[in-house]
Design a binder for this molecule. Structure first.
Ligand SMILES: Nc1ncnc2c1ncn2[C@@H]1O[C@H](COP(=O)(O)OP(=O)(O)OP(=O)(O)O)[C@@H](O)[C@H]1O
Length: 355
């Protein structure tokens, strides 16, 4: 089937700076793709090239199989929501939402009905006559969404849409977006974020960007459970990367050695024979207890209360490797300076390091 969105070798330069290395990426109709990466990794640049806000230095952008590289933004038929809601302050909510419809010369008589429909969709019907300043941040963001949806776009682009909101509101908005998602099954959604939990919650697939390059692309669960690169492992879920020695690799199972003990691991991606490897261990999968013959000796270097549990900063003493553990609240909690025993489960992903 023809992809809804296709980047074909799209690259962007600003003078000598490469903001986006040649990107090849297809997004299916109805799919949600998250572009995830740290600040400056090229996410917004990719989105702007797609929206037509900047012209690629090379490559083509296709929508539904049509080359739109030379079309201005308003002729691409995309819905766009950016971080700062960019509502018109002197217009009421309903007029803000109607803006795109009028610009597209929608029949006058159809405008109020369409505005009503999308305000209903985002749960803002009662606020149609308010001004943006009379709304909370979350409500303004809903209006911005309604405005983008009013033109019934096949593709909706969201650039860090929740980053101006506080943590609790962000979580509510993720739930809202999921509900909206279910109501618009044919709309393709491209969601730019540096927040891995938003990407995991919303996306079907995640494209991980680093230093202007796509480093990994795949379904959320695959990237989380079997990241192919150390970067994805550490960025998506903040895995500890513990250097280990590869004893043998046999398809989907490998045996590794850490501090003289063997563990089984799951190699993801291709392991290069000469390249060092690391075990990607999520902080919540590490357990901490009394030192014993089946545990790795460690020194407690930091204890932080996190409400629902504790974060422990530990040094594996045999390996001189620092790791983080997240442990539930417990009556017997280690203190800084304590010597403890760390257990690492079998089956953690094994990734190549460097290169
Ligand atoms: N107009 C510009 N002129 C020069 N360099 C730019 C311009 N826009 C972006 N860049 C550079 O291109 C690179 C990618 O920027 P981009 O905004 O796409 O990153 P991002 O991943 O969206 O970051 P953030 O999460 O901080 O928004 C960065 O190194 C940035 O400094």
């Amino acid at each position: 089937m023809t992809p809804a969105v296709e980047f074909r070798g799209v690259s962007v330069h600003f003078g000598a700076t490469q903001a986006l290395a040649p990107l090849d990426l297809s997004v299916a109709r109805g799919e949600t793709l998250a572009l995830l990466g740290p600040s400056g990794s090229g996410k917004s640049t990719a989105l702007k090239a797609l929206a037509g806000f900047l012209r690629p230095s090379a490559g083509r952008v296709l929508l539904d199989g049509q080359d739109v590289t030379d079309l201005p933004p308003h002729r691409r038929g995309l819905g766009v929501v950016v971080q700062s809601y960019a509502l018109f302050p002197h217009q009421r909510v309903a007029d803000n939402v109607a803006f795109g419809l009028k610009a597209r010369k929608t029949r006058r008589a159809d405008v109020p009905k369409r505005v009503g429909e999308v305000l209903e969709l985002v749960g803002m019907s009662e606020y149609a006559r308010r001004y943006p300043r009379e709304l909370s941040g979350g409500q303004q963001q809903r209006v911005a969404l309604a405005r983008a949806l009013a033109i019934r776009p096949n593709v909706l682009l969201l650039d860090e849409p929740l980053s101006a909101l506080d943590a609790a509101l962000r979580e509510d908005m993720v739930a809202e977006l999921l509900r909206l998602r279910a109501e618009l099954p044919d709309t393709t959604l491209i969601y730019v974020t540096h927040d891995q939990s938003e990407a995991l919650a919303l996306a079907d697939r995640i494209a991980v960007l680093r230093d202007s390059r796509l480093v990994e692309l795949g379904p959320c669960e695959q990237l989380y459970r079997r990241p192919a690169t150390e970067f994805t492992a550490s960025f998506l879920g903040a895995a500890n990367l513990i250097p280990v020695e590869l004893v043998r690799a046999d398809g989907s199972v490998a045996t590794v050695r850490l501090a003289g003990r063997e563990l089984s691991a799951e190699p993801s991606g291709t392991l290069q024979p000469e390249r060092p490897v690391a075990l990607g261990v999520r902080p919540h999968r590490i357990s901490v207890g009394e030192p014993g013959p089946d545990t790795f000796p460690a020194l407690v270097r930091g204890v932080q209360w996190r409400g629902s549990g504790y974060r422990l900063d530990l040094r594996l003493t045999d390996e001189v490797c620092d790791i983080r553990a997240e442990v539930p609240d417990s009556p017997v909690l280690p203190a800084v300076g304590d010597r403890v025993g760390v257990s690492i489960p079998d089956g953690c992903p094994l990734v190549g390091v460097g290169g």
